[in-house]
Design a protein. Structure first.
Length: 229
């Protein structure tokens, strides 16, 4: 089984922290983010990961190589910024299994197994998205799904502080998801330009311990508390 990890962004919100080191190689509790994600993927049966790289690609390749955390590593380097959708489309040229996982390279997850996503996935689905419960939805995109898990709506960042289920940025896709990619476009967002137009997307709601380390305060929190949340 294969997976794509999106790790080519500039990560400007982290400032000096990632000027010379890709965000996915930041250390949390003695392991890089990539190692934590690799263990999570290996537990679900993934043996090969395609790193959708770009910014600091050479540093990433030098540090990671072609085998890391027990998995074969391949690279899909962006020659220009492609957005999340374009990066997935580019990396899918090296994907020959279905379904396959896609992860943002700044996500940490504890007390959860991706095998639960595999258990929910069935033929005919375009994909299963991890939907994580948070106490304040404002910084994130909310996912609204019915009792069967079929996604009814995506809501961009909401102004009101309330609990809800948000996009956990971990996906299990059937290769048919590519049919929803904007025709003839290299640069696009999977969240804005694909997800709202796919009728057979499902969400797996979870109470898992989840951290997006994309901003300094959440990175500091992860370094203090992960994985003993």
């Amino acid at each position: 089984m294969q997976a794509i990890i999106l790790c080519g962004g500039l990560a400007t919100r982290l400032g000096e922290t990632v000027k010379t080191l890709p965000k996915i190689l930041l250390e949390i509790a003695g392991k890089t983010v990539l190692e934590w994600q690799g263990h999570l993927l290996a537990d679900a049966g993934v043996t090969e990961v395609v790193l959708a790289s770009g910014h600091l690609h050479d540093v990433l390749y030098e540090r990671v190589g072609e085998v890391y955390a027990g998995m074969r590593i391949r690279y899909a380097k962006e020659e220009k910024r492609l957005g999340t959708g374009g990066a997935i489309q580019n990396a899918m040229e090296q994907i020959d299994t279905s379904p396959f996982f896609v992860l943002n390279g700044d996500i940490l997850l504890a007390n959860f197994s991706l095998r639960e996503m595999l258990a929910q996935f069935h033929e005919g689905m375009a994909g299963v998205l991890l939907s994580v419960h948070v106490s304040d939805i404002r910084p994130y995109g909310e996912i609204v799904s019915d009792e069967d898990g079929r996604i009814q709506a995506f809501r961009e960042k909401q102004p009101t502080c309330r609990a809800g289920y948000v996009n956990g940025a971990i996906y299990l896709f059937d290769r048919s998801i590519a049919k929803a990619f904007p025709s003839g476009q290299e640069v696009f967002s999977v969240e804005r330009d694909v997800f709202p137009y796919v009728s057979n997307l499902y969400a797996l709601q979870t109470e898992a311990d989840w951290i997006d380390i994309g901003v300094p305060e959440r990175l500091a929190y992860a370094r203090e508390y992960f994985p003993s949340l």
